[in-house]
Design a protein around this ligand. Structure first.
Ligand SMILES: [Zn+2]
Length: 413
């Protein structure tokens, strides 16, 4: 856009909404959500519709070896690296109509808008649909972007199976999306992903646009505490080695620890088990699954160290043996200042109330940011509800996010 000119180019919010609702017909659930689990027939139908829409607007479409779809609108400068915009089309089994699919169809709407306005960009634009972001059928989540960015080996991803033993590569072939494009990133000018926030922060703050500065780090811990099984009625309290004694000390300590690091630290005890698990038996073992998050890598390290020493000290006080194993470790991501600023300027140019924020959830952009300057845009979703058939977003917010996506792309030089 020329400097100082008044109105930025804007997208067609009604057309975007119609595309979202058309896509939501595929795998529609009775409760008003979507079920397009990765590499199912419904995922194929959603992909086919997206590819058809992309070809209709003149894009060339390529699919890589993990099934990522790249729909390309050429630029005018020969050899210029593309700008990637997109997200994912797959959903949870009881997913919503906006998580992921919004970012893909907003990318398509950006291309439609540029075509209508006769705007030619210097660089090519590729609308991307990453494979299996949700990880609901095949672990891990964010598979397509992980393989593309080099975080996961292609052969490893291909060999992953769902609960009934179906392999990723066989399912890709079956639905016609085992592509021949090499699954490696060439040079990328920049990447942007627009997504519903999946949390309540924007809504609470009364802001329409989240300028995402990064994604917080996440670490999972499997804590095991071993004691001795014995009879609940006959064994005096002072003659027991009860693992729960340790839990009842370290769990409050961990919560106090993260309370001291508010508002940024997050701790969730999502898994708890006493083994063997009978009313009248002191457990021989207890296991605790903890999800710990923080946007600052050094703080996350400190919290992790404090967690481990708290667990081991509590075990020692009670003559129990404790162990702490890291099950998942994703480092925090800081997005490229150039991309964050482009998003901010685009939001400002449109006059939207925006705020800077860190993403609480992981996204494909987490992997993309390893290899390309990356930015994200959030829009509010009702009550912060997501991964739920009741997920809702307002058409005007979706249009605003799409306008910011378009503006951010045009901010690049
Ligand atoms: Zn998503």
């Amino acid at each position: 856009m020329a400097e100082g000119t008044a109105r930025p180019l804007t997208t067609d919010g009604d057309r975007l909404w119609r595309s979202l609702m058309d896509m939501a017909e595929i795998g529609a659930t009775t409760a008003g959500g979507s079920n397009r689990l990765a590499l199912t027939d419904a995922d194929k139908a959603g992909r086919d519709l997206f590819v058809r829409w992309c070809r209709d607007v003149g894009c060339s479409v390529e699919v890589d070896a993990i099934g990522n779809i790249f729909a390309r609108r050429e630029g005018v400068r020969p050899g210029a690296a593309p700008v990637l915009i997109g997200s994912h089309l797959d959903t949870q089994a009881t997913g919503g109509r906006f998580d992921g699919v919004y970012g893909v169809l907003a990318a398509l709407e950006v291309i439609r808008t540029l075509n209508d306005a006769g705007v030619h960009t210097e660089f090519p634009i590729e609308a991307v649909a990453w494979t299996n972001e949700e990880g609901a059928r095949f672990a891990p989540a964010m598979m397509g972007s992980a393989v593309w960015s080099g975080a996961q080996a292609l052969a490893d991803a291909h060999a992953r199976t769902d609960r009934s033993g179906c392999r990723v590569d066989e399912e890709l072939r079956r639905i016609g999306y085992l592509g021949d494009r090499h699954c490696v990133p060439g040079p990328v000018r920049a990447a942007f992903e627009v997504h519903i926030e999946q949390g309540p922060v924007l809504e609470r703050a009364g802001r329409q646009i989240g300028v995402v500065t990064g994604i917080q780090g996440v670490r999972w811990f499997e804590i095991g505490v071993d004691g001795t099984s014995c009879h609940a009625g006959t064994t005096p309290m002072d003659a027991r080695r009860d693992p729960i004694r340790a839990l009842s000390e370290f769990l409050p300590e961990l919560h106090r620890l993260v309370d001291r690091h508010q508002p940024l630290a997050r701790l969730t005890v999502g898994r708890l088990a006493a083994i063997p698990g009978a009313y009248n038996t002191v457990p021989k073992r207890a296991t605790v699954g903890v999800d710990l998050r923080h946007p600052d890598a050094a703080v996350l390290d400190d919290l992790a160290a404090a967690l481990e020493s708290s667990v081991l000290a509590a075990c020692e006080r009670h003559g129990l043996s404790g162990s702490v194993r890291v099950e998942l470790d994703c480092a925090p991501v800081s997005f490229a200042p150039e991309c964050v600023d482009a998003v901010q300027r685009a939001a400002d140019a449109c006059g939207y109330h925006a705020m800077r924020m860190v993403s609480g959830a992981a996204h494909d952009s987490m992997h993309v940011a390893r290899v390309a300057p990356t930015g994200m845009i959030f829009v509010p979703c009702e009550d912060g509800v997501s991964h739920n058939e009741a997920e809702r977003a307002r058409p005007e917010d979706l249009e605003a996010g799409c306008n910011v996506l378009l503006g951010a792309v045009l901010e690049l030089r």
